[in-house]
Design a protein around this ligand. Sequence first.
Ligand code: SME
Length: 406
Amino acid sequence: MSYIEVQYPAEKAAFYKLLKEQAALYTGEESAQTAVLANAASVLAQAFPEANWVGFYLIEGEELVLGPFQGKPAVSRIGYGKGVCGTAWREDRSQVVEEVSCFAGHIACDCNTHSEIVIPLRRADGRMWGVLDMDSVLPGHFTEADRAGLEDIVPLLDRGEGENPVLRALHERKSVRTYTGEPVTGAEKEAILAAACAAPTAGNQQLYTILDITDQAVKDALAVSCDNQPFIAKASAVFVFCADCQKWYDAFRSGGCDPRLPGAGDLMLAVTDCAIAAQNAVTAAESLGLGSCYIGDIMERCEVHRELLHLPDYVFPAVMLVIGRPTRQQRERPKPRRCALEHIVHENAYRVMDGGELREMLACQAGERPYEEWLAAFCARKYQSDFSREMTRSVEAYLKAFGGER
Ligand code: SME
């Protein structure tokens, strides 16, 4: 690779758009953490000519330890809460320092430094693993716009070194709806399906049957019947996890057991089994570098799907999963934030949340938009929508078969 010099525009939005592209270009294909940080330090130094020091400190136990950097030799270890870097760690947030001589406890590495910015490096679950530190010879060089721009870029630099790979995969996984077109191999598909079948299952019954949709005409039909989503037809692997209350009922009958008819409880248990198996498939796909997306619309259009997929009465298509190779843009797309644990986890018993708490819980989803405006749009798009009403109608049609004891 040879570096091609770029001219950074002065306007901040354009500057950070180009900087993010450059950071991705010179680090995106690399998996080694040190190499990623080394090139990132270089890209940043090129973009900020007035910065006399650009580099990383990485958390090791109770200290920040010097990582790749550009500039003069620097202090190699910084204690928790010490200096600007240690303060960013203790306060768990970025620091923008206009004049370092006014920052109590600033650790001076270069007497020419006037201003400094320190940005936390975070894992996908929010935990800090180090900081980006930049010093400038200009007073007040770094602004809130730089903080926001750099906070947006640093997630690209995490390679999860030393992290629990299972937890990392669980935290990083996000829906992927755009694929490169390169097929999922037979071996990958088999690994994914085997992982699905290794999932926990009620009474070891595997209350599901997985339909592996290989016929392009069926994929095309599903792309239409599942709320017109063309990307479904373009996915390399399409699996329908059917809650299967038919096969055990048939086995009991053919074995002379005189079983009762399957009921709502049997269906719920089978749906849970489906979701558990499907999530194993998702995690397996993620571990293979594949992207996946759940399609809830498979529960819609009961009559169409029964005919298309030859579903008998006691089989309900609970979960559809589409899998393919993510495009680069998809790999780099940030994962939408989840709600804070305090709202999701209630101790011992359910706590009905008031309007204030619900607002607090959902604020992270609203983002920059006014909360009421975002909520109204979300309600119209997801809850009051035609597809949502159709889902309820269709599931009620499936439920008619599950009468239970008769
Ligand atoms: N100024 C930093 C120490 C590191 S040097 O700037 C490279 C601080 O106060 O944490």
